[in-house]
Design a protein around this ligand. Sequence first.
Ligand code: PLP
Length: 453
Amino acid sequence: MVEHGKASTDSIAEVNKNLTYGTWRIQGQWKPLIVTDAEGVYFTDSSGKKYLDFSSQLMCSNLGHKNRNVIDAIKRQADTLPFVSPAFGTEVRAKLAEKLREVLPQNLSKYFFATSGTEANEAAVKMIRMYYAKEGKTKIISRYNSYHGSTGASVGLTGDFRRIAIEATGSFPGIVHVPDPYCYRCPFGLEYPDCGVACADYFEYAIKSEGNVGGVIVEPVTGTNGVIVPPKEYMPMIREITRQHNVFLVADEVMSGWGRTGEWFAVDNWKVKPDILTTAKGITGAYVPLSLTATDRVLSEYFDDHYFAHGHTYEAHPLTLAAGVAAVSEYQERSLISRSKALGEHLGRRLRELITRHPSIGDVRGIGLFWAVELVKSRQRKEPFNTYQDKLEGKPLVVDKIAQAMMQKGVYVSTWVSHFVVAPPLIISESEIDNAVDVMDESLSIADKEVVA
Ligand SMILES: Cc1ncc(COP(=O)(O)O)c(C=O)c1O
């Protein structure tokens, strides 16, 4: 039993573990570290040890921790109007909508709010299917190396192994997966630029062959599945193909939005305007859960005289919207988007230097403050240390051993199968980047020892 105020760390950890579910893991293996405080780019555990947050928690705390302006905005809103049914209008709803107009691709002019990236993508799929219901164009194309959320349609869209775990109970209907622009492991076995960006062309082949595709969803820069930055031609090609075939293009910017790639949104890197943009995470800097499905005029005008069969009790929850207004202002006033671009150059340079010292590094890739360091047992064969099957079975992963060593040295970094996702808060300084990369440098010897020729 936890007694408030004097519960020992052990008993808090036990109650967390025994009475609540840990996400994406075998439950018995969960040993939660108890976190008690967080400020700036650091968080603190119950023993008082501080960690530099080199992944913005789940690539979401873009503003760092305890941002005063966001916290005060939530408090003010709580004093004024903490909740009202989404059927009513509010001042804060208008304020956030106007702010979003300032920063989103200009064609995206109508907004649906929810509380998670998962829900933002579910809304996008439903909107497309409602629009195309009569024509039966209800199929959606997504990619294999992708994550789009954890429920129904969104886990069905997800290409990675988290879909496979639930597909055993039956797939979500009407979703087709296609290959990724993963140049380090090209699914067509080709080299850029000789490949002619075949992975983008493949969308046309799939759309024509399926015959009833209503939407395509992509992470413009793939997140958890390896920070895959596509060749510069890729997103414009997909935009052109989807336009020609009257297929909605959805940019899932749940992770890649809000300055992560050095632009407001990853699509801005290629001046691509999607028909729908979904986002969450950085929209409030993760202070409260808010997500957004932003649509262009074709969809919004359709619903002007058709029933919009979608909603949540907490749609446009005032506390979340107030945090959104304050967060967007922080990105603007502190020039955090250009800061991400400038610091990203430094972070990329420092991470690439590691390749020369560590035979266990297969690839380093990224953009802005969004990078992956992919580890391999053999550089020649590009053989990863671990597979998704190892992760599903709860086997100890080499990346996790390195991450643990880094934690002991006070740096937290997010891992996935055989790579790290480096995505610090946009307020990080150059010297903090240097410290964290130095700690990674020291810890990579764990993997180097396991390299085979
Ligand atoms: C690209 C992408 N889409 C969707 C999601 C799902 O968002 P949420 O976890 O808020 O439901 C995530 C979460 O990491 C994501 O990275």
